[in-house]
Design a protein around this ligand. Structure first.
Ligand SMILES: N[C@@H](CCC(=O)N[C@@H](CS)C(=O)NCC(=O)O)C(=O)O
Length: 293
């Protein structure tokens, strides 16, 4: 079903469209921001552009990164659209949904919940992969600016980094490349992941492993991973052991998987000062694999 355009905001020569659409997967309206670069919107020589999907972290809506991640700055130069989905359904009004910041609302973890009551609509994996992409590319108003043939890349931050890595690994070929800022890289072994997976997937830890980038990379058969990961060494969540990027690196190495670059940056934290510092590199990484560089 079509998008409702809530507002249109000029950004780096292109436009950010704040959209909403009814989702059959989550059974709720879903907010999503779409950035179209100037190349797509040119009145004289419009070009259909490829798409980068950015998955946000805990507590976020589509707004946080659109406002302060600065991905649009580089995407506008290269001719890349960016899609910022929300982080959970909103409006289901499930018991306990809003009682913690790292589970429930704004903490959907990009999995399809199998436990009650979450299985009613907390299906962010299917929402992104099966519904949202088809909806955007097929949309009468916005789809005409996009070129699915040119491809889709994925990136994300923290919980969204986990989402980007796992969706990339679970759906080989759907995305041309992956990158992540401070991703939760081994959720089965960190408190955030254990809480979310127990809540959404139940007690069976073998099920959890199907949604863990470190576990998934061991079975990767897709060749060069085309993955870029950045982590700040002053990130409090990294220091607490919530991110565990070393485990992902070790698993890839043991499995002989090539093409994973993990960069550790002195002094950088978990915030948008970190994301905005390195966002051009992530856009370039996607652009390279989408044939724009
Ligand atoms: N509870 C804190 C920590 C959660 C946190 O750092 N979330 C990151 C993603 S994991 C974020 O982007 N927060 C929103 C922001 O900084 O704009 C918060 O509400 O911000």
């Amino acid at each position: 079903m079509a998008f409702t355009t809530k507002s249109t905001i000029a950004s780096f020569g292109g436009k950010l469209f704040k959209l909403s659409h009814p989702s059959t997967t989550t059974t709720t309206p879903m907010a999503v921001n779409l950035y179209l670069p100037p190349q797509a919107l040119s009145p004289t020589n419009p070009q259909r552009v490829p798409l980068l999907v950015y998955l946000s972290g805990l507590t976020c809506s589509p707004e946080n990164c659109s406002e302060k991640g600065f991905l649009q700055a580089r995407a506008s130069q290269l001719g890349l659209a960016i899609l910022y989905p929300d982080t959970s359904p909103r409006g289901l009004d499930l018991p306990g949904e809003a009682s913690s910041w790292d589970f429930g609302l704004a903490a959907g973890f990009y999995v399809d919940a199998t436990t009650e009551p979450w299985s009613k609509g907390y299906k962010m994996e299917s929402y992104i992969v099966k519904e949202l992409l088809d909806t955007v590319f097929g949309d009468a108003e916005y789809g005409k600016y996009l070129d699915r043939e040119k491809g889709v890349a994925i990136t994300g931050h923290s919980m969204g980094g986990h989402g980007a890595l796992t969706l990339y690994l679970k759906y080989p070929g759907l995305f041309k490349s992956v990158s992540a800022f401070a991703p939760i890289s081994n959720p089965v072994n960190c408190p955030w992941g254990q809480k979310a997976f127990k809540g959404y997937l139940g007690e069976d830890q073998e099920e959890w492993k199907k949604h863990d980038a470190t576990e998934l990379v061991r079975g990767w058969k897709g060749g060069d991973l085309k993955a870029l990961v950045d982590v700040g060494l002053a990130d409090g969540f990294y220091k607490q052991g919530q991110l565990l990027p070393e485990n992902l690196e070790k698993a890839a190495k043991e499995a002989g998987v090539e093409g994973l670059t993990v960069r550790y940056h002195e002094d950088y934290d978990h915030s948008y000062y970190f994301i905005s510092t390195f966002s051009a590199d992530h856009v370039d990484h996607a652009a390279k694999h989408l044939g724009l560089l």
